[in-house]
Ligand binder design. Structure first.
Ligand code: SAH
Ligand code: F3S
Length: 487
């Protein structure tokens, strides 16, 4: 989950060595070390990979030195993300010198972007596997066991992993991700995702609901429905979203859109908290907002990236809405769900961005006063339309200065928003011990704001009513009053 922070969140640097506690898999003899970078979808995919490999005799380990197989699930979203992975590969190389039987595989977006070139560029890599090819891992591992390099970067037309029950890695046992779409058809001109994750396809709603039910039975209390662009979810029996127009009349009549899926999930488990990420403003419809308002268990929080406040830049980015249409959407959200939290992603220094465009971004932020934000300096990605057609012409210092300005403004807005919670009694789901104090719990309210309070007799996974007494720009501090009726 993206943490609440008013500053640039360097999600690319997120690292997770993972452990799996085993019961029936104790007979497994080989050790898998898996590290994930980038978006929530990558972390979710690593759970699918661990599940596939558990059946192939691999237990996960957090000890790099004892690994038989090291997998790194990579991110290509910004150059820095790729550089971080290259550095890690150097470290793996050093270990391989001591332990020459250890194999190294690259998964995810860098694998897809660079394909077999990876084997030449990074001599230590044995295996390159794109985001849609994880089911082929048993065959690919056999290849590397026999001393050959292995590559599969074929993208799929179908939801690839609907029938794989993910192994929950590093889980707090309370919150989990459930992926609902793969790929993206939006073609924002700066973005590498459509190239690395392929065309958009949706997962069978029944398999999503089965996963939600299973999570509930195993004690989970909150799920986040995941996709690059969840509002464009559309199930009509399988296939690419772009082929929906050719679907039969029956398929069209029985199709399930995102609002309907949300309703199905909310009804299937009325006490399970439901979140979703990410929404593209151009695809978010009123019926989604109305469905959120209708069900108490759907959280009042929308991550609604806008990228820029300038109409000219939005157009150059191929974001298919204007600033005015975005304001209309924000007004609708606030009218229908007055206490809904809204967060943003923003890019500074997109090619041709002027000082006036930047001021438009600041004034858009002023209008919305986002609760949180994730802000980045533009990073040119090879193969994207922006890289092919537009010169990366905003100097690095200017990008950086503009980034600092929007981060500072976001911090002020974060504080403004957290202050609105003071004195209120809010329901918090306890996720674990606070990072700063063993005597305090950390959880989130419906708006996704982190709430910290003394532990008393409460436990992880409890819904607790907390009186909010103090705040920073990203965190609420309070005191538990009683259990929520939702326990
Ligand atoms: N729809 C996706 C967006 C993926 S990328 C989702 O589910 O989150 C996450 C964010 O990274 C984008 O919203 C954008 O703000 C940022 N980003 C994408 N490409 C970028 C680039 N080339 N340079 C800088 N930031 C970028
Ligand atoms: Fe990227 Fe735009 Fe899709 S940011 S993931 S192309 S919605």
């Amino acid at each position: 989950m993206k943490p609440n922070t008013g500053t640039e969140k360097v999600i690319d640097e997120t690292v997770q060595g993972t452990t799996l506690t085993l019961t029936e898999d104790d007979k497994n003899t080989r050790k898998l070390y898996i590290e994930s970078y980038g978006c929530q979808m990558n972390f979710s995919d690593s759970e699918i990979v661990a599940s596939i490999l558990a059946k192939e005799g691999f237990n996960t380990t957090q000890e790099l030195a004892e690994a038989d197989l090291v997998l790194v699930n990579t991110c290509s979203i910004r150059e820095k993300a790729e550089l971080t992975v290259r550095k890690r590969l150097e470290k793996f190389n050093a270990i391989k010198k001591i332990n020459p039987t250890m194999k190294v595989g690259v998964l995810g977006c860098m694998a897809e972007r660079l394909k077999s070139k990876f084997l030449e560029e990074e001599k230590i890599v044995d295996m390159v596997v794109g985001p849609d090819a994880y089911k082929d891992l048993p065959n690919l591992i056999q290849e590397i066991d026999e001393g050959r390099n292995a590559v599969n970067v074929i993208l799929s037309k179908d939801e690839t992993y609907g029938d794989v029950a993910p192994v929950r890695l590093n889980s707090n046992g309370v919150t989990a991700f459930v992926s609902i779409t793969r790929g993206c058809d939006n073609m924002c001109t700066f973005c590498v995702v459509p190239f690395t994750r392929g065309r958009e396809r949706s997962r069978d709603p029944q398999s999503i609901i089965n996963e939600v039910n299973d999570l509930w039975e195993r004690g989970f209390k909150e799920i986040t429905l995941l996709g690059q662009n969840v509002d464009s979810y559309l199930w009509y029996g399988g296939g690419l979203k772009k082929d929906f127009d050719n679907a039969t009349e029956i398929q069209k009549a029985t199709s399930v859109n995102f609002a309907k899926l949300l309703e199905m999930a909310a009804l299937a488990q009325p006490k399970m908290r439901i979140r979703f990420s990410t929404s593209n403003p151009q695809d978010m419809t009123l019926d989604v907002i109305e469905t959120m308002a209708k069900f108490e268990n759907i959280c009042n929080y929308i991550h609604l990236p806008v990228q820029s406040g300038s109409n000219r830049i939005l157009k150059a980015m191929n974001r298919l809405h204007t600033r005015e249409e975005y304001f209309e959407l924000i007004d609708n959200i606030r009218n229908i769900i007055p206490d809904c939290a809204i967060s943003q992603d923003m890019i500074t220094g997109f090619p041709t961005e002027t000082e006036e465009d930047h001021q438009d971004t600041l004034s858009l932020m002023e209008y919305v006063k986002y609760d949180f934000g994730f802000m980045f300096a533009y990073s040119e990605r090879p193969g994207t339309l922006a890289a092919r057609k537009l010169k990366d012409d905003v100097p690095a210092e200017v990008k950086k200065r503009r980034l600092t300005e929007i981060i500072d403004l976001q911090r002020a807005h974060g504080l403004y928003r957290t202050q609105q919670h003071l004195g209120k009694i809010e329901e918090v789901l306890i996720e674990g011990t606070s990072k700063k104090s063993d005597a305090h719990w950390m959880g989130r309210n419906s708006q996704n704001t982190v709430v910290v309070f003394p532990k008393e007799h409460y436990e992880v996974g409890d819904f607790v009513m907390v009186k909010i007494q103090d705040c920073t720009s990203a965190t609420l501090l309070g005191e538990a009053m009683e259990y929520s009726k939702n326990n």
